[in-house]
Design a protein around this ligand. Structure first.
Ligand SMILES: Cc1ncc(COP(=O)(O)O)c(C=O)c1O
Length: 424
């Protein structure tokens, strides 16, 4: 038995079985990490395109990040009192976020922040219904599973007032229509669904600007603007869950910055802390202050606004701006997409290569779990780690990755997919 298998067996004797499938399939035991690479206990170097599902924004062990966090840990790390770390974080975020999103409330994880955003929307509108979309991922807490595709199976009813409609997934249009000729027929259906199911109390439309777990699915141009219009039409707010897309990953600071759809509430997570668990709800003062959400203590959490979280956010926000990381994600993403498209063009296993910035999806021809597992392990053997979702390999390299590292990882990945033959 390999050393890594023996290590996993020891951990698995105690851990619950709920870790991410792709992590379990990869079976890696990591000794250290740097930039875009993980080094396992056998000394193998693995190109980390999984990036902890989009968390690894600056690259592993980024020196400025490590120095700041170490310094902050020595100085003070427990308590939600005011601090230089928190003041600096507010300054940095103000420089990054759209002017209307002038308030930030901190939490520890994406799902917790999505729940808070929903509470905020309910507080601000006095309504209770939430519209979300097929194939979405917004977390696995009891409130968010109403809005996470497939997460409720075996867990009983969704929260009352949860409504869901098809996303603009043009490659798998449930209406068998083609964009742009369809004129957003999916939104006509969404309106019909609301007419049939809503009791006229729609508080918010909750959407990912790019659907991550659906395979980094980018909606057609104009879709988010249409969602904005729909929200206005129904007197509801628009919540953009930018947990995965925010902080530059898709080529702009927020993915919604590339559109004219101004969300009322934005959720940030993942890359926001570059590995330190911190998330945020960003909203205008006028919304944030409405009770009950805006009442003292009503939206606090044990760790929200702790100094280490604030230091992490401050350092990340500074790096995103000063190192032009959104621009880097746009350029490197276009280059990587182009290389993958050219290289995978005639590979029968691959049905499409798509994405935006450094959130890329490689869709595979109808692939079951055993085959997905075989592909993930073959990739790890070739020195590349990817994330999975639906029938798609999802790539989230750090925004600091070099062209050389990305090219090398893409070439290894393409060689595995070109050679892969499935025998069940
Ligand atoms: C868009 C989106 N929202 C929310 C979440 C949940 O975040 P967390 O796992 O930190 O609770 C995720 C996680 O993948 C996500 O991609």
């Amino acid at each position: 038995m390999s050393r890594q298998r023996a290590h996993w067996d020891q951990e698995n004797a105690v851990l619950g079985p709920g870790l991410s499938e792709a992590v379990q399939w990869a079976g890696l035991v990591i000794a250290r990490a740097e930039g875009m690479h993980l080094y396992d206990i056998d000394g193998r170097r693995i190109a980390d395109l999984m990036g902890a599902a989009g968390v690894n924004l600056l690259g592993h062990s980024d020196p400025a990040y490590v120095d700041a966090m170490t310094e902050q840990m020595r100085r003070w790390m427990t308590g939600a009192h005011a601090s230089t770390a928190r003041l600096e974080m507010t300054r940095q975020l103000r420089l990054l976020l759209p002017a209307h999103l002038d308030r930030v409330q901190l939490y520890s994880g994406g799902a917790e922040a999505v729940e808070a955003a929903i509470r905020l929307a309910k507080s601000a509108t006095g309504r209770f219904e939430i519209l979300s979309f097929w194939q979405s991922f917004h977390g696995r807490t009891l409130g968010t599973i109403a809005h996470t595709s497939g997460a409720r199976t075996g867990l009983g009813p969704a929260a009352p007032g949860s409504i869901s409609a098809p996303y603009a997934d043009c490659a798998h249009c449930p209406l068998r229509r083609t964009y742009p000729g369809c004129g957003f027929a999916c939104l006509d259906l969404t309106r019909q669904i609301l007419d049939e199911q809503s009791c006229g109390s729609l508080a918010a439309i909750l959407a990912e600007p790019v659907q991550g777990r659906a395979g980094n699915l980018v909606p057609p141009p104009g879709y988010l603007e249409q969602l904005r219009a729909l929200a206005d039409e129904r007197g509801a707010l628009l919540i953009a869950d930018e947990s995965m897309t925010g902080m530059g990953r898709t080529g702009t600071i927020l993915a919604t910055d590339a559109t004219t759809a101004r969300p009322d509430i934005v959720v940030l997570g993942k890359g926001l802390g570059n590995g330190y668990p911190v998330s945020a709800v960003c909203a205008p003062t006028s919304l944030m202050h409405t009770p009950p959400f805006g009442a003292p203590s009503a939206s606090s959490s044990s760790y929200g606004g702790f100094p280490l979280a604030c230091r992490a956010v401050g350092v990340v926000a500074h790096a995103v701006r000063k190192r032009n990381l959104p621009e880097r994600a746009a350029t490197a993403g276009r280059r990587l997409l182009d290389r993958l498209r050219k290289g995978l063009d005639d590979v029968p296993l691959v049905t499409s290569v798509h994405g935006v910035g450094l959130a890329i999806g490689i869709a595979l021809a109808a692939t079951g779990k055993p085959q997905m597992r075989a592909i993930v392990t073959a990739l790890v053997d070739a020195g590349v780690l990817v994330m999975t979702g639906r029938h798609t390999l999802r790539l989230y390299p750090p925004l600091t990755a070099t062209d050389t590292d990305l090219d090398d990882a893409a070439d290894r990945l393409m060689a595995v997919l070109a050679e892969h033959r499935w025998t069940s």
